[in-house]
Design a protein around this ligand. Structure first.
Ligand code: DGL
Length: 264
């Protein structure tokens, strides 16, 4: 048993989609969330920059005494996880491996689409992991750089969102895809639009759920579960954003307090 909190970070509010799933699966765990809003978006930054920002986020969470860190950001997972995972005293988990582990349980031939930020697609991290774990997989990837920005803006259900999703789904239309992975944690808010655009024929894979299932097993394996029931949750931002609170509350379905930090 370990009552220290789980640390989670993302460039903004996308990681809250992961936090939500972790809370559902592991309701007794305390959570500290960091949104690096000052440096949002990560999607178009260089790998070196993303590594440096990820290290800052990890070190902040370690100072908060977390027992484990979840990189709830596809961009940071794809470009910084390898670099940081063995450098710190706490386990660090990204979103790619837990998702692919789960998909792999279905061994049959699969055609999988991946949508993510420009940086994630450039890294080919999803494709490499999928091909490593599922020999017969066919992968089609495409970057959707505007979606994370629109999610931060709360533009997830309007006409602009619909048209943007329509445009981004073009490479996948009539391609007989089995699954589409939302490879950026900002994208689950567009699930309905994506589903409609692909005519409900494709399974939409949300990384949050898979990460939560993976964490449950990991905490058990290393005897790190919290058996107390405090449900403490702290949300920090590197820079206060006008709309963050409102959008985050809608996403989480509850009122939240936001704390500011000075880290840079
Ligand atoms: N939520 C992030 C991801 O999963 C990135 C969005 C961004 O900062 O560009 O990739």
């Amino acid at each position: 048993m370990d009552i220290r909190p789980i640390g989670i970070f993302d460039s903004g509010l996308g990681g809250l989609n992961v936090l939500k799933e972790i809370r559902k699966k592991l309701p007794k765990e305390d959570i500290i969330y960091l949104g690096d809003t000052k440096n949002f978006p990560y999607g178009n930054k260089t790998k070196e920059n993303i590594i440096e920002l990820s290290k800052n986020n990890i070190e902040f969470l370690i100072r908060k005494n977390v027992k484990l860190i979840v990189i709830a950001c596809g961009t940071a997972t794809s470009q910084a996880l390898e670099e940081v995972k063995d450098k710190y005293s706490v386990p660090i988990v990204g979103i790619i491996e837990p998702t692919v582990e789960k998909i792999k349980e279905n061994e049959k031939k699969q055609k999988i689409a991946v949508i993510a930020t420009t940086g994630t697609i450039r890294s080919r991290a999803w494709e490499i992991e999928l091909k490593r774990k599922i020999p017969k997989v066919e992968v089609i990837s495409s970057a959707c750089p505007l979606l994370a920005q629109m999610a931060e803006e709360g533009w997830t259900e309007n006409e602009i969102a619909r048209l943007t999703v329509k445009e981004y789904m073009k490479p996948f239309k009539n391609k007989e895809i089995d699954k589409i992975i939302l490879g950026c944690t900002h994208y689950p808010v567009f699930t309905k639009l994506i589903w409609k655009e692909l005519e409900g024929k494709v399974e939409i894979v949300d990384t949050g759920e898979k990460v939560a299932e993976y964490l449950e097993k990991l905490l058990k394996k290393y005897n790190l579960q919290n058996e107390q029931n405090n449900k403490k949750q702290e949300i920090y931002l590197t820079e206060r954003q006008e709309k963050f609170k409102e959008i985050a509350e809608k996403l989480l379905g509850e009122n939240i307090q936001i704390k500011d930090i000075e880290m840079y």
